[in-house]
Write a protein that binds this ligand. Structure first.
Ligand code: MTE
Length: 301
């Protein structure tokens, strides 16, 4: 599947170090060290990642607005109208307003990022996303002095979302990041998977992906992004504050109150697939640990 590897910069995520160095020498010039930078180098030194199949990624989902079963979103989410789609960007920004997806696509550069994805329920996948850095969108809106957090909100459409008839969560689904987490180069807005537009069940037309945090932080089908100076409320924390914290960084040493987070089940390997050890910050420790320097990660789970 050659299309997987469209983007040389991000192929570093999945390429062993030696192969990556060879290609880098061949590429030379414009795509040399300057453009790839420290984060790319750090990513390049990790083991290669083999992405899950398109089927795994799009048939095994959590999207409670369409039902709580893993196959409900794939069955039900076709009813969501994703075109036209408008995202409100407001709060502490210089250019608040309604941004259409057409405007966003016009302004952003889409690239591929192959990331590990670790759900708090202890299953995991490797997903080749297409998208852009959230920082680029926030810079377009112009974050003002004093902005400390970013709040996100999913669409709430009872006519199109059969799951919101049930009070499983306090709808709409909301999430939040600290501003430095939101601006981190690993944090993306995903608009595609395997070079296809992102399917509704995965959060069309645009969803957050924060690869070092449990999957529930990666909020789907976003209609509002608000820069604020207050820590925003988050859906799972509101539902059960003892079990789901604001940070929710992947951490094999801090268990969920009801299960261990030390290992994970890779989806797609069959029911009896060998569990894998879960990595600190889901394997992105060298890139993101500095965000949490001096913080008690057990208290700030
Ligand atoms: N976003 C919304 N709006 N509603 C949801 O139920 N589920 C979260 C997250 N984003 C969810 C959501 C959870 S628990 C996970 S693990 C991921 O989406 C699943 O993403 P995927 O279905 O693309 O694997």
């Amino acid at each position: 599947m050659a299309h997987r590897w469209k983007n040389d910069l991000t192929r570093a995520d999945a390429t062993p170090y030696d192969a990556f160095m060879n290609r880098r020498q061949v590429m030379g010039g414009a795509l040399g060290l300057g453009l790839i930078g420290a984060a790319g180098m750090a990513r390049a030194q990790r083991a290669p990642l083999e992405p899950n199949s398109y089927e795994d990624i799009t048939q095994y989902n959590n999207y409670y607005e369409f039902g709580t079963g893993k196959s409900d979103p794939a069955r039900n989410a076709h009813t969501l109208t994703t075109d036209p789609w408008t995202v409100v960007i407001d709060g502490m920004v210089d250019n608040p307003g309604d941004y259409s997806m057409a405007q966003i696509f016009e302004a952003m550069t889409i690239e591929e990022r192959i990331y590990r994805f670790r759900c708090v329920e202890a299953w995991s996948m490797v997903i080749p996303w297409n998208g852009f850095e959230l920082a680029d969108l926030l810079n377009l809106a112009g974050v003002q002095q004093g902005g400390k957090y970013v709040a996100f909100e999913t669409a709430l459409r009872p006519d199109e979302m059969p799951g919101v008839r049930f009070p499983v969560l306090d709808w709409p689904y909301v999430e939040g990041l600290r501003l430095d987490e939101a601006m981190h180069p690993l944090t993306i807005m995903a608009t595609g998977i395997y070079d296809k537009p992102i399917p509704n069940q995965n959060g069309a037309p645009m969803r957050l992906v924060v690869p070092w945090k449990y999957g529930f932080k990666s909020i789907k089908s976003i209609v509002r992004i608000t820069v604020t100076d207050q820590e925003p409320p988050t859906s799972w924390n509101k539902a059960n504050a003892r079990e789901y914290g604001f940070y929710s960084n992947v951490n094999p040493e801090v268990d969920h109150p009801r299960w261990s987070q030390a290992t994970e089940r890779p989806v797609g390997g069959g029911l009896f697939a060998k569990r894998q050890p879960t990595l600190m910050f889901n394997g992105y420790e060298s890139e993101v640990a500095s965000l949490y320097e001096g913080m008690d990660l057990r208290a700030n789970f």
